[in-house]
Design a binder for this molecule. Sequence first.
Ligand code: ZN
Length: 307
Amino acid sequence: MIVRILGSAAGGGFPQWNCACFNCRGVREGLINAIPRTQESVCLSADDGDWFLLNASPDIRSQIESFGPLHPGKSRTTPIQAIVLTNGDLDHCLGLLSLRENHRLVIYATESVRRGFTDSNVLYRTLQRFAGQVTWRTLKLGVEETMLCADGRPSGLTVKAWAVPGKPPIHLEGLISPSDPELNVGLRFRQATTGRVLAYLSAVGRITPSVYEGLEGADCVMFDGTFWSSDELSAPGFLEKSAEDLAHWPVGGQGGSLSMLSKLTAPRRVFIHINNTNPMLREDSAERKIIEAVGWEVARDGMEVRL
Ligand SMILES: [Zn+2]
């Protein structure tokens, strides 16, 4: 299995257009040891020919252009067989509207995520230019299924979604139930021939027994690295909300994900979906040293993992 990180930042990217935090200003002006990052999206393939996108970020156009194997081979085609959504956040769905060029799309999502994107969304009509433009394939919690290419061929990969604590997307707050288990999922991808497993959880609101279960036996874990600390946005006065309020369990400190996941044995452990305020982004920071000392990595755009 080939896993390629197209974008590794949380919503807003790094740097973020309206942010002059220490990291954003530092990376713009070349004052810190860090590289820019686009918003979280990953693609994976069993055999280097058929590709699946995990989440469709607002940066999708440049992300596809950044990676040759995603380019069309001839005429108007694409090696991208389907897009898999982990939740309905705009940072994960907005890119779908950029894939509107009269092309058939296949999207894997839970029924709740599908409804959140399609119901009462007048912009979704741009993906209904002809009958059958979008095929939705429903992810059912706890069910492992073969991932099919756009034309129905088996891809050599399976997917299993499981419920992970999250919250409704901001644009649906107050409109849908915040306790719906289908709002936010972790995904396990398994290659049929080798049995190798990627566990992908880019939004984790709380670390529960179910989170641990989904990580079991994975060869690679990509985990929510949004915030280092709970007050990362509130302390500098950016937003009166904690990391936990935003359904992203912080990495650092006592009870942070780094310590709660210390027993994890996956050979590759990667933090992804990193907010621009996170000190882990600086390659020479104390926080980066702490996570690297125990074998974790910080995702960057263009990173590739072969399982
Ligand atoms: Zn910033």
